[in-house]
Design a binder for this molecule. Structure first.
Ligand code: PMP
Length: 407
């Protein structure tokens, strides 16, 4: 089915504006997606009608807010096909979800000489928390290398696995290159050695259908703001038995069963990991974002984005001086590139002058950029509301910019 993109675009107020005198072309979707009117309305609707603290009130508003909040948990469970609602924990974002696991599961179960395995294409948020943990525990951080196409070198990955591997934490889809990693096989391989597997799903959940039971990962993290939802809200999925084995992350209200000065007992999952008043409005609004995705259909979104990827890849490869970075066989709709003899930031600023929003720099993947001997790239990332005519505009703009140094 081809999508009615005009109808979809009508739902996104932010897209209908001029930037620097030109219609906005928003190609920075890997950083954050725009929000449909339904999500914006859900946030203000909550404050207008339902605002109340959850889980502990005897009154109608508290009951309603609690129900809506828990409805989102159930919708997230469906979205990733978790076994039960209690396996879904609300956090601030992917970053906090990773930190939560590193500082609870990691602190409890890692000892000297154990190994944590990550890849060379991780986002900083899937490097630094493990690095901090390894330093504290005298454990070892091992890195799976990446080839020139921007793909994990699978043989090298297998060689790095051993009985010392306690955690494999890997990016499902690269934010910098768009590479889709073979995580199903990687999870199975790591499980043979008894390792727990953490998937960074910040980029995959918006493009691919995710089934955590089929994948058999122990953890999955993602951020609502990359899924047409609000900022400041993340998800941590964890298998029940693994979450139950972990100590709490933060102490405070809600995460307890009983408190005395002598001893505190902790609440059941997921509340054990949700201390304090959560981000109620944004959690409630996130269900609307998931409804938006469900109504269009994940596979329809993917087909549309794949078509944009093919179209842009073939148009831009014709441009003299255009150097793609990351040309994996299996990719989502992200194109990272450089223009010969030009700094990526300058390219980004020149594109902005024509109303086109892209991201430039290291994309929070400095080790990956070092692997490619680059300071950074220009990154265009497409979403469900983007069009071929927007790509044509960028083709024209990039061609002009490239000519400055590539006659
Ligand atoms: N991992 C990946 C792959 C990402 O793309 C991002 C966001 N750029 C993050 C982690 C961090 O997500 P957040 O900033 O929402 O916590």
């Amino acid at each position: 089915m081809s999508l009615n993109v005009d109808k979809i675009r009508d739902q996104f107020p932010v897209l209908h504006q001029e930037v620097n005198g030109r219609p906005l072309v928003y190609f920075d979707n890997a950083a954050t997606t725009q929000k449909p009117q339904s999500v914006i309305d859900a946030i203000s609707g909550y404050y207008k009608l339902d605002n109340s603290n959850i889980h502990r009130g005897a009154h109608t508003l508290a009951d309603r807010a609690t129900r809506y909040f828990e409805d989102t948990r159930a919708a997230v469970k469906e979205f990733i096909n978790a076994r039960e609602d209690s396996e879904i924990i609300f956090t601030k974002g992917t970053t906090e979800s990773i930190n939560l696991v590193a500082s609870t599961y990691g602190r409890k179960f890692l000892t000297k000489g154990d190994e944590v395995l990550i890849s060379a294409m991780e986002h900083h948020s899937n490097i630094v928390p493990w690095q901090m943990l390894c330093e504290e525990k005298e454990a070892v951080l091992k890195i799976i290398p990446v080839n020139d196409q921007g793909e994990i070198i699978y043989d090298e990955f297998e060689k790095l696995l051993s009985e010392k591997t306690k955690i494999l934490s890997v990016i499902h889809v690269s934010n910098a290159l768009g590479t889709i990693n073979p995580v199903r096989e990687m999870i199975q391989a790591a499980k043979k050695w008894g390792a727990k597997v953490f998937l960074d799903g910040a980029q995959s959940t918006s493009h691919l259908t995710i089934d955590v039971q089929e994948l058999d990962c122990d953890f999955l993290a993602f951020s609502a703001h990359k899924l047409y939802g609000p900022t400041g809200l993340g998800i941590l999925y964890g298998k029940r038995e693994v979450l139950e084995s972990m100590p709490p992350y933060q102490g405070g209200g809600e995460m307890i069963k009983e408190v005395s000065f002598e001893k505190t007992t902790y609440n059941d999952i997921p509340f054990k990991f949700e201390a304090g008043t959560p981000n109620i409005a944004d959690v409630i609004a996130f269900k609307t974002a998931l409804d938006f995705i469900r109504e269009i259909g994940k596979s329809n979104i993917k087909n549309h984005e794949d078509e944009l990827l093919r179209y842009a890849s073939s148009s831009w490869s014709e441009i003299k001086g255009f150097i793609p970075v990351g040309i994996a066989k299996d990719k989502i709709s992200v194109i990272s590139f450089n223009i010969r003899e030009m700094h990526p930031f300058d390219v980004g600023v020149m594109l902005d002058a024509t109303g086109i929003a892209v991201r430039t720099g290291h994309h929070c993947t400095q080790p990956l950029m070092q692997r490619f001997g680059l300071e950074g790239t220009v990154r265009a990332s497409f979403s469900v509301y983007n069009t071929k005519s927007e790509i044509d505009q960028m083709t024209e703009a990039v061609s002009k910019i490239a000519k400055i140094k590539n006659k």
